[in-house]
Ligand binder design. Sequence first.
Ligand SMILES: Nc1ncnc2c1ncn2[C@@H]1O[C@H](COP(=O)(O)OP(=O)(O)OP(=O)(O)O)[C@@H](O)[C@H]1O
Length: 728
Amino acid sequence: MLIILRSTMNRMSLRRGASGSRPTARRKSNLSTFLRDLNDSQIRAVLHPPDIPLQILAGPGTGKTTVLTARIAFLISHHKILPHRICALAFSNKAADDMRIRLTELLGERSARLIKIGTIHSFCAAYLRKYAAYVRLNASWAICDEEESRRRIKALLQPHKELLKSHNIKTNSIDISQAVSSLKERCTSLEEVARCLDNAIRLANLDENTGTESRRRILGSVKAEVHREYDTKLQSANLLDFSDLILYAAKLFASNQSFGLWCQHLVVDEFQDTDNAQYELMRQLVTMNRCITVAGDPDQAIYGWRSANVKNFRKMEKDFPLTQRVHLDKNYRSTGSILATSRAIISQDKTRISTDVIAVKPWGFTPVLLSFAHPKDELQFLVSEIQRLREASNGMLRFRDFAVLVRTKMQRDFVEHMLQKELIPNRVNKGFGFFGRQEVKILLAYLELVENESDEDAFSTAVQHPARGIGSATISKICSVAQRCRRSVLQIAEHNSSAQAAEELETITMHQPARRGLAEFTSIIQNLRKMKREGCSVFRMLSYLKVELHFEEYLQRNYEDDWQRRVRHVEGLMVYAQDLEAKIANEQLTGSPLQYFLHTCKLGNDAKTSEDQDDFDSVIISTCHAAKGLEWPVVMIPFVTQSSYPGIFNKKEERRVLYVACTRAKALLYLTFSSTPSADSEDGDTVYKCSEFLSDVISNESLHTTQVPSITGIDLSALANILERTPP
Ligand SMILES: Nc1ncnc2c1ncn2[C@@H]1O[C@H](COP(=O)(O)OP(=O)(O)OP(=O)(O)O)[C@@H](O)[C@H]1O
C-alpha cells in the first residue's frame, strides 16, 4: 500500500515540476516535501482513506499534531474536500493557532483561513451565536467563566451551611463546583442532567436512614439543589458556563441533523482528554458523513478530574465499527535517556495500554536528579543552572529554551518570585491568563453589561470600579429588586422600568454622592450602547471607556507598584480588539462584533498574547497541565515530592502528569526535590520524601545522575546536534 501512496506523492511532485512557480503548485510542493520527511506510519495516517474513521494512537513526541495537520492538507489538496467543510478541534487556543500557522505554510492563507479550526468551546459558541433561537437562548447570551461560576456556587451554598454543619458534613464551594461541572461533563444531554438532579433530590427525600448513608444522601441533595438553582440563575442572567456550551450545542445538533451536513471531515487532537458530553457532540457532528480522524495518547490522559474519559477510544470503535488504528512509535522530540527515564515513571502502571516509543535522537545527557535540604536551595540551584547553561553554551541556549514545570499555583508563584529576584526574565504560560487580570476584567465588565443587561456580576464589577460610593450591600439590593420585578439589573439602575421597581428603588438608602455615581455610571453605559447601535468598533468603545473613566489615573492611584504594567495590559486589550476586528472583517461573523469579542475573551485565556511571541526571550513557568502539547530544549521539574506527586490526587493520573512533564524535554531534564516542607505546605515539621513515581528511576543508575552536564567542547556539539542547531 505504501508504494501506491508514495507514487501518489511522486505524481504530486511531478505536477509541481510541470506547473512552474504558480502559488498553488508551490504549495503542493510544500506539502509533498513535507510528506517526504514523514516516516511510514505517519504517511499511512496522512493518506488513510477519508471515509474510513481513523484513530492515531501514539506516545509523546511522535508527531500526532504534525500528522493531523498534514492529513488536513492532504484531504484538501488531494481529495478535494473544500476547506470550509473541514472542522479541526484542538485542545487549546495555542494549539489551534499553531495548527493554523502550519496549515497556512502548507496550503496558503486563503485555504487555511477557511478551515474551521478552534477549541471545541469556541466552535460551540460560534454555532450558538448563529442559532441561539433553535435552543431557546436569548440572542445576547454571554459566557460565565470558571471564576464567576465558582463565585455563584459559593453564594448558593451559603443557605445550606447550617444543615451540613448539623450533620457534620464537610464540604466547600470548590467540591460543589466540581460536582456541578462533573455531572454536566458526564451527561450527554441537558435532559440527562435534569434527570440526574431529579433522582438525587428524590432519593434524598426518601431517606429514612441514619448515619453515614444519610449524610451521603444529604450531601447529594445539597449538591443537586445548589446545581439546580445555579442553572436557573444562569438562565435568568442569560449566561452559559463552559459545560453548557457543549450541552447546548449538542442539543442544537441533535435537534436537526442538517446542522452537521457541512462537516465533511472532523479532526480531533488530544482525543484522550475529551469527556462524554464532548464526545457526544462530536458524534452528532459526524452522524451524516461519518468521516472522522482522532489522535491521542492514553498515557497523556491528565484531565480525568474534569471527567475526561479515555474509554472514548472504545466508544468510538463501537459507534463507528469501520474504525481503523495507526500507531506512531518514533519519538522525534526527546533524547533516548529522557525517554527511558520517562518510561520508568509511566511503566509503574501495570494496567496501562502500552504505547511505548523509540527515540530517533541519540541517548544524550542523562537526566539530573538531585535532592536539597530546602526548597530555596532547590530553586537557587535551578537559577544558577539556567545561568551556567546559557553562558557555557555561548548563547546557543537562550532564556526561552528553559521551562520550569510545576504542579500547583503556589509552586508557580514561588518559582516566579525566585526568578524575578534573580533578575531572570520569565513569564507564566497560560492558566492565569491575560483576560483574568483585574484591569482587563474591569473594562470587559462594562462591555459585558452593554451586551447583556442582566449580567449582575458584570454590573457589580463595573459599578464599583472606579469607586462611586456604591458598596456591595447596595448592589445586592438593586439585584434583589431586579429579581423581584423581573427586570434586568441595568433597567433598575437606570430607573427605567416599572413603577413598582422605581418605588422599591427609592427605599434603598443611598447617599447623594452614590446616587450621583450611579447616574454617571448608567450614562456611560447608555453612551456605549449608543456606540454599539451606531456600529462603532470595540476598539473605539474601549478608547471611550479609557478616557471617560480616567483609567490610567485610576490605575496610578490604586496600584502604585505596577501601574505601568497594568496600563500596558489595557493597551494589549485594545490591540487585541483591533486584531480581532481585522480578523472578522474577512469572516462570516455570527452575532454582533461585541458579543464575538466578549466570547473570544472568555474562551481565550490561553490565547497567544504579545508576550508569547517567539522573540520574547524569557524562561517559561508553567503548570504541568498547561505544558501539554508543548516542548522545550531544557525542562526543569522542581518539588517532585510525594506530597506533590501524587499528593492527594488520583495516583494513576498524577503519574501521567509527571510523565507528560518529563516528555516535554528535548535535550536536558532536571528533576529536583527537597526534604523540608515544599513551597505549597505550611506544614513546618514534616520531612518530605521523593515521589514514589521516581523509585524505578532512582534504583537504576543509568536513568539518572547527580552530576550536572558539562556542555563545553564535544558536549556542546552533542547538544547542538540534538537540538539541530549550529554550534556557536
Ligand atoms: N517525521 C518527522 N521528522 C522529523 N521531526 C518530526 C517528525 N514528526 C514529528 N517531528 C517533530 O517532533 C516533535 C513532536 O511532534 P508533535 O508535536 O507533532 O508530536 P505529538 O505526538 O503531537 O507530541 P505530544 O503528544 O507529546 O504533544 C516536533 O518538534 C515535530 O516537528
